[in-house]
Design a protein. Structure first.
Ligand code: CAA
Length: 263
């Protein structure tokens, strides 16, 4: 837990039922990611690991932005060493989401630019409100994405689309984002409710088995097909060894609902 008082924090972490909710709370600056906020996000994700929750929702305070990216005002006049450390900090913080034992869902209201898009890309899933606008506009600043965007975007939407989005820095509106697979769904109405309903579609299943499924899919794009198939054989065998697999298969035969116990 950070030594700063909760009142001074710009990242809030709460528990709502069996979900953790992380809120970027700097709406006056469109929730831009100062280095202090990045560190707070990292600390909050570490705390989620100790919470008794089944998924993490990430949202931005205010109705204008999920997050407008790295704090541009902090980026100027930095040494190259500091700049590289900054990129590595952002990458390391977002990579914590890959290793978290529960899935994460970005709830994107309004702008998700630069590091904001990269935070959403690092989540397991993305839901967008109809007014959501994604973009990696770094090129307009004479920069390129540095918090994982050049690596995660092509994995999600393909190299050609990723190059076009990154090299033009253009906006991608919610509807297009859904068409190209950048978001899982565009949802009308209350995003938090939609996120809770989306999470409920998978959180009733076995947590360790869900984690194995995530690991297998995440690693798919890191390895050649035959290595990936070997890894899948190993992880699916691990899933088979869980008590939850035994329960799931018994419940099928006995024509009843499975009672998973996360073991
Ligand atoms: N950094 C710092 N402050 C930011 C910010 C950012 N990324 N984005 C917005 N703000 C601040 C503005 O400076 C403004 O503050 P003041 O009122 O003190 O001037 C406040 O938030 C509101 O913003 P605007 O007045 O600009 O609001 P708008 O509705 O006119 O425009 C916007 C909204 C189109 C998102 C525009 O703010 C914008 O283009 N922001 C920058 C987006 C961007 O380029 N992001 C990429 C950053 S680089 C990066 O992220 C690198 C990486 O890979 C990690």
């Amino acid at each position: 837990m950070s030594k700063r008082k909760q009142s001074e924090m710009t990242v809030e972490l709460t528990q709502q039922g069996d979900l953790a909710v992380l809120t970027l709370n700097r709406p006056k600056a469109l929730n831009a990611l100062s280095f202090a906020i990045l560190k707070e996000i990292g600390e909050a994700i570490d705390r989620v690991a100790d919470m008794d929750v089944r998924a993490l929702l990430i949202t931005g305070a205010g109705d204008k932005a999920f997050c407008a990216g790295a704090d541009i005002k902090e980026l100027r006049n930095r040494s190259l060493v500091d700049q590289k450390r900054g990129a590595e900090l952002g990458q390391a913080v977002f990579a914590k989401l890959d290793r978290l034992q529960v899935a994460s869902i970005a709830l994107v209201n309004g702008y998700a630019f630069g590091g904001g898009s990269e935070l959403a890309l690092a989540c397991t899933f993305r839901l967008a409100s109809p007014n959501a606008i994604f973009g990696l506009p770094e090129i307009k600043l004479g920069l390129i994405p540095g918090y994982g965007g050049t690596q995660r975007l092509p994995r999600l939407v393909g190299e050609g689309r990723a190059l076009e989005i990154i090299m033009t820095g253009r906006n991608v509106r919610a509807e297009e984002a859904a068409q190209i697979g950048l978001v899982n769904a565009v949802v009308e109405g209350d995003l938090m409710e939609a996120g809770t309903a989306f999470a409920a579609k998978f959180t009733r299943y076995s947590l360790p088995v869900l984690e194995l499924a995530r690991r297998a899919v995440q690693r798919a794009s890191d390895m050649p097909l035959h290595e990936g198939l070997e890894m899948e054989a190993d992880l699916s065998t691990l899933a088979y060894r869980t008590n939850d697999a035994e329960e799931g298969m018994a419940a099928f035969e006995e024509k009843r609902e499975a009672q998973f116990k996360d073991g």
